[in-house]
Design a protein around this ligand. Structure first.
Ligand code: PLP
Length: 453
């Protein structure tokens, strides 16, 4: 590849996701990633970089899977595309729906396909409100979500999400979304007894339900572990208590499994780790390991029954709902995950190994906390050891400074405010986890004088 030419064209014509055009110009164009294999990505300038983010929390089976390419190739030759609008469907979406239903288990029996995580949450938004209308409770329109939640970039996604800086662009949220405290103990509950903090976070939800009027609430939505908000792992007991609240007030419980689904927390779905039973779940990313765009919404039997009983109408769908090629690749991806036991391996082996490896960073002066669950984790960077005082409070965010050093040292991680997060492919080995943590250590040590200067 002619990298200089690509960078010139990038600046001239390309607005990448999370556009920061000024930064893109300062950098002289985007970093060009040209190929990848296993857990490594390669840029056009000869650097091999350990992908600690599995792309964007999605390449669960790792890069370079011939079988996924073959599945797409075979399906494209047989039937590349057909829609599901005309009471038609091709074999792959039907088989994939059945496979996902098997993995969800319990009362989540049906699946609605879309292309992205954002669209999945739009589907949830409309379907939940539609359900309550069919039930004769049309006033149940309010969604309760958490600050710092990420549910996507569409109008419903940003509205359901709790990123204030995203709300500012596009004049959002739309009416009918209420945001409450997130269970972020390092921030909101530092030094507090975990059980007391948990009770406080749950009470914040109940207080809001009561303030809005339970009869007006359609659903509570949350990521089992908040990803883009900073890998916020809730205290034990949080999710069962939230589930109990939803049952108490007759509110639908929705889990956004876009990151947590497909093995990330050591179960097929994140809610299974917490032993709760949501009424709808959104999934994307790991469903196809990011090889092709596909998302889905898992729907409980009683919601489907309501559709059946009341005429069956849900006027909703996308050109690419149930896309045969995307579904064929997702099916093959799940087959690979099953065959290689990636979910069990994450739960029993690599997840605990990552937790231990990250914990070795705790001797560093900059590290305030390390936390992880399965193969998703975070390192909190603090200005003063033993406190949760950040660089963010004074000099600006520390995360991006350390992240840039990590990338230079051969590790792709993401900075979220004053923390670094990682979410490597589920195929990662012990040796690769050691390499990941060694680069984090080296980079945190190199960053300290820069941050304190
Ligand atoms: N929900 C969660 C929890 C996510 O992390 C994301 C993306 O990162 C989305 C929804 C949106 O998915 P997409 O970018 O595919 O629209």
């Amino acid at each position: 590849h002619d990298i200089a030419e690509l960078k010139r064209l990038d600046l001239a014509h390309h607005l990448p996701a999370q556009t920061d055009y000024k930064l893109q110009q300062t950098l002289g164009g985007s970093r060009i990633i040209t190929r990848a294999d296993g857990v490594y990505i390669h840029d056009g300038e000869g650097h091999q970089i350990l992908d600690g983010m599995a792309g964007l929390w999605c390449v669960n089976v790792g890069y370079g899977r011939q079988e996924l390419a073959q599945a797409a190739y075979d399906q494209m030759l047989e039937l590349p595309y057909y829609n599901t609008f005309f009471k038609t469907a091709s074999p792959p979406p039907i088989r994939l729906a059945a496979k996902i239903a098997e993995k969800m288990g319990g009362h989540l029996t049906h699946v609605f396909f879309n292309s992205s995580g954002s669209e999945a949450n739009d589907t949830v938004f409309r379907l939940a409100r539609h359900y309550w209308k069919l039930k004769g409770q049309p006033q149940r329109t309010v969604f309760i979500s958490r600050w710092n939640a990420y549910h996507g970039s569409t109008v419903a996604g940003v509205s359901l999400g709790g990123m204030k800086y995203m709300h500012e662009q596009g004049d959002l949220p739309i009416p009918g979304v209420e945001h409450v405290m997130q269970p972020y103990s390092f921030n909101e509950g530092f030094g507090e007894d975990p059980a007391a903090f948990c009770a406080r976070a749950v009470k914040a939800i109940e207080d809001r339900i009561v303030a809005v009027g339970p009869e007006n609430v359609a659903a509570f939505i949350g990521e089992p572990v908040q990803g883009a908000g900073g890998v916020i792992i809730p205290p034990d007991g949080y999710w069962p208590a939230v589930e109990a609240l939803c049952r108490k007030y007759g509110i639908l419980l929705v889990c956004d499994e876009v990151i947590c689904g497909y093995g990330r927390l050591g179960q097929w779905f994140g809610h299974q780790h917490y032993g709760i039973k949501p009424d709808m779940i959104a999934m994307a990313k790991g469903l196809s390991s990011g090889y092709l765009p596909i998302s889905a919404v898992g729907v409980a039997d009683f919601i489907v029954d309501e559709l059946k009983d009341k005429g069956g109408d849900f006027v909703h769908g996308f050109t690419y709902s149930g896309h045969p090629t995307c579904c064929a690749v997702a099916l093959k991806n799940i087959e690979i995950m099953e065959r290689e036991g990636l979910v069990e391996r994450t739960r029993q082996d690599t997840g605990p190994y990552l937790a231990k490896a990250l914990a070795t960073l705790n001797d560093l002066p900059l590290v305030g906390e390390t936390r992880s669950l399965g193969l998703i984790g975070a390192v909190e960077i603090v200005r003063e050891k033993g406190t949760n005082l950040r660089f963010l409070d004074k000099e600006g965010e520390a995360g991006p400074v350390v992240r840039d050093i990590c990338i230079r040292n051969g590790l792709m991680v993401r900075a979220i405010r004053d923390s670094l997060v990682c979410c490597p492919p589920l195929i990662i080995t012990h040796a690769e986890i050691d390499a990941l943590v060694a680069i984090l250590r080296k980079s945190l040590i190199e960053a300290e004088p820069v941050l304190r200067a």
